[in-house]
Write a protein that binds this ligand. Structure first.
Ligand code: ZN
Length: 175
């Protein structure tokens, strides 16, 4: 398998682990390679990938997907963290889709796809990360205001601008 970068490889392997109810840890990584092993140190499961010197893509080098450990028995997996839920949802959401509530993120997306239970706070945290990614964080938007005012003023010197801020239905800060 080929990936555009190490980040994409790690995301793919995390999605795999959440789906297969197992956990891995990183034994070694840098922007050109990653070596993952099952969290259970006696288990033989391992996957490694690295960048080929002649190409710009990341290629899987070694791959043993057979666990010699029992894996996770419960419907809970720490690999399914808020960062993962954010990335998964961003991949699924269409451009004009509304970001679902924390409850719906769990009930309609994570649970049906992965059979993994996530706590409400984690789904809420993931939603905050999704909104920050989609709309920019409040701080980022705020720093852009002075230049925006200047631009609008330049367009028409007769312009009178005023900005107000509020929180929209999706919970994002808006000006
Ligand atoms: Zn294992």
């Amino acid at each position: 398998m080929i990936f555009p970068d190490i980040k994409a490889f790690k995301y793919h392997m995390r999605e795999y682990a959440v789906l297969k109810k197992c956990m891995w840890k990183i034994k070694k990584t840098d922007p050109t390679r990653a070596y993952l092993k099952c969290k259970n140190k006696d288990c033989k499961w391992e996957v490694s990938a690295r960048k080929l010197s002649t190409e710009h893509t990341i290629k899987v080098r070694t791959c043993n997907l057979k666990h010699t450990c029992p894996g996770l028995k419960k419907h809970k997996n720490p690999m399914c963290n808020s960062e993962f839920v954010k990335d998964y949802m961003l991949k699924k959401l269409g451009f004009s889709d509304e970001v679902p509530s924390a409850k719906r993120i769990h009930k309609e997306h994570i649970w049906p796809r992965f059979g993994v239970e996530i706590p409400k706070w984690l789904a809420a945290e993931a939603k905050t990360l999704i909104l920050a990614k989609l709309h920019g964080t409040f701080e980022e938007s705020y720093t852009k205001i002075p230049s925006l005012v200047k631009e609008v003023m330049n367009m028409d010197s007769e312009n009178i601008c005023s900005f107000t801020k509020s929180i929209d239905d999706a919970g994002a800060n808006r000006f």
